[in-house]
Write a protein that binds this ligand. Structure first.
Ligand SMILES: Nc1c(NC[C@H](O)[C@H](O)[C@H](O)CO)[nH]c(=O)[nH]c1=O
Ligand SMILES: CC(=O)[C@@H](O)COP(=O)(O)O
Length: 155
């Protein structure tokens, strides 16, 4: 049975990265991981645009503007939502995830969900280059694959 997997070669791919500033101790590490992986996969630094937003809740709007600009082939959205004392966490997580999913589903290009949603700072750091890995790196590899699939299935 044939299965399709998009190429992970980044040559000529134009990538938008939108990063939340909230918990920047974590999100800067996610960004570094994404940039390192994109470079290793052959994406030119000239083809990467990074923009920052205040927090995860603002990621979907920025991703939508990037998606509709026509200037990108794929988007990586990075953030770190860490539970506090109230139920605010639930609203931020659900609206951020739902908003980014809608931009990816309804827009012309793929959007990768690189938003950590954790109970503690340690859990977030462990997933931003610590012992569990780097979600930014994961999203970088994934966005190239999704771009390849998008182009393959559009053809
Ligand atoms: N608590 C966290 C937030 N909260 C801020 C929201 O994302 C948003 O910027 C604000 O409600 C204004 O619209 N953001 C994170 O990224 N991470 C958090 O842990
Ligand atoms: C995820 C959040 O918005 C959270 O950091 C806010 O903290 P708190 O619930 O203690 O106000």
């Amino acid at each position: 049975m044939p299965t399709f997997q998009g190429p992970k070669n980044g040559a000529d791919q134009r990538i938008g990265i939108v990063v939340a500033q909230f918990n920047e101790l974590v999100t800067e590490r996610l960004k570094a991981g994404a940039l390192a992986e994109l470079q290793q996969l052959g994406v030119s630094a000239d083809n990467i645009t990074v923009i920052s937003v205040p927090g995860a809740f603002e990621l979907p709007r920025a991703a939508q503007q990037m998606s509709l600009s026509g200037r990108f082939d794929g988007i990586i959205a990075l953030g770190a939502v860490i539970r506090g004392e109230t139920d605010h966490y639930q609203y931020v997580c659900s609206q951020t995830a739902g908003g980014l999913a809608a931009v990816s589903l309804n827009g012309p290009i793929p959007v990768m969900f690189g938003v950590l949603t954790t109970d503690t700072l340690d859990q977030a750091i462990n997933r931003a280059g610590g012992k569990v890995g780097n979600k930014g790196r994961d999203c970088a590899a994934g966005v190239l694959e999704m771009i390849g699939l998008t182009k393959l299935l559009k053809a």
